[in-house]
Design a protein around this ligand. Structure first.
Ligand SMILES: Cc1cc2nc3c(=O)[nH]c(=O)nc-3n(C[C@H](O)[C@H](O)[C@H](O)COP(=O)(O)O)c2cc1C
Ligand code: SF4
Ligand code: SF4
Length: 270
């Protein structure tokens, strides 16, 4: 089984690739947290893959919440592995995840870093099309190796890219992430006409249309940045800033979900 959290589709696309090679169901971590469903039913000896993005060198808050409460039903030896998708390195995510798993009396057997395009585009410049294509191509090759490692039940830190993280700054990164998760940071421009795309999209079910505009109804979220990247009218701002670009992985939502219209309308307002 694979359990996935994904804001813009990179992790979901990795999950789909692993699933097509190794089989098993894909579960949505955000949905499970929303429903307070922490039970994971596995077949005897079935491996469990956790696939999600790295946020400020940490694991997403929803993933932490889920893993800390996770209850695996069934006996047998469950090989537990994680694939951290990130733009430059997984930072403290492996130790972060291991600590969360410990709270459920579970252990991480293996983990992998998968470098993918960056979706945090409020403060950072967007990657150019060539870099995005190169990263996606390299990720496909890397995934083939990861799938082989999982098939062979290899353990430990495998082909891991940590990135430029000073170990003494772990707490600082955690605090930055936690502060950034405040939904007060979100606002909409006059281009928000209350189309409802973000309300349907938000994996944590936080955005509601009120008085014809998107409104954030909880104090914090995991900061997947899906709403910022996918709003069809590029109407969402963060900390008073419009993102410098938009990114989503094409396999996340099929064109029928409205992304084709997104790109059309985006040109008008950018
Ligand atoms: C709030 C936030 C913080 C991020 N922090 C990091 C980071 O510390 N290191 C990194 O390499 N990538 C970072 N990223 C980039 C994402 O991890 C990367 O683009 C990921 O593949 C997105 O996955 P998704 O498309 O499944 O949501 C960050 C993205 C967001 C939204
Ligand atoms: S997707 Fe954009 S335009 Fe549509 S309701 Fe949300 S913020 Fe407004
Ligand atoms: S409010 Fe936006 S950034 Fe936060 S979880 Fe929902 S879609 Fe993601």
């Amino acid at each position: 089984m694979l359990l996935c959290y994904s804001g813009t589709g990179n992790s979901y696309s990795a999950c789909k690739t692993i699933q097509s090679a190794l089989g098993g169901d894909i579960g949505d971590i955000a949905l499970r947290v929303n429903n307070e469903n922490f039970t994971v039913n596995l077949e005897f000896n079935e491996p469990l893959g956790l696939v999600f993005p790295v946020y400020c060198g940490n694991i997403p808050e929803a993933v932490r919440k889920f893993v800390e409460n996770m209850d695996i039903v069934n006996s047998g030896q469950h090989y537990i592995y994680a694939v951290f998708t990130c733009s430059s390195g997984c930072g403290f995510a492996p130790e972060d995840l291991s600590s969360a798993l410990e709270k459920s009396d579970l252990m991480l057997d293996a983990y992998f870093t998968l470098l993918m395009p960056n979706n945090a585009l409020v403060y950072m410049e967007p990657e150019d099309t060539y870099t995005i294509e190169q990263k996606l191509e390299a990720a496909d090759t890397e995934l083939e190796a990861i799938i082989e490692d999982v098939r062979e039940r290899r353990t430990g830190a495998i082909r891991t890219v940590v990135g430029k993280y000073d170990p003494s700054e772990k707490e600082k990164h955690r605090n930055t992430y936690n502060k950034s998760r405040t939904t007060d940071n979100f606002s909409v421009t006059e281009f928000c006409g209350g189309c409802g795309f973000c309300e349907n999209f938000c994996p944590e079910d936080i955005i509601k249309i009120q008085n014809g505009k998107a409104t954030w109804t909880k104090d914090t979220c995991s900061l997947c940045m899906g709403c910022l990247n996918l709003c069809p009218y590029t109407a969402i701002m963060y900390a008073g800033l419009r993102p410098k670009g938009r990114y989503h992985n094409d396999v996340f939502y099929p064109k029928s979900a409205g992304i084709a219209m997104t790109l059309e309308t985006k040109r008008e307002h950018d």
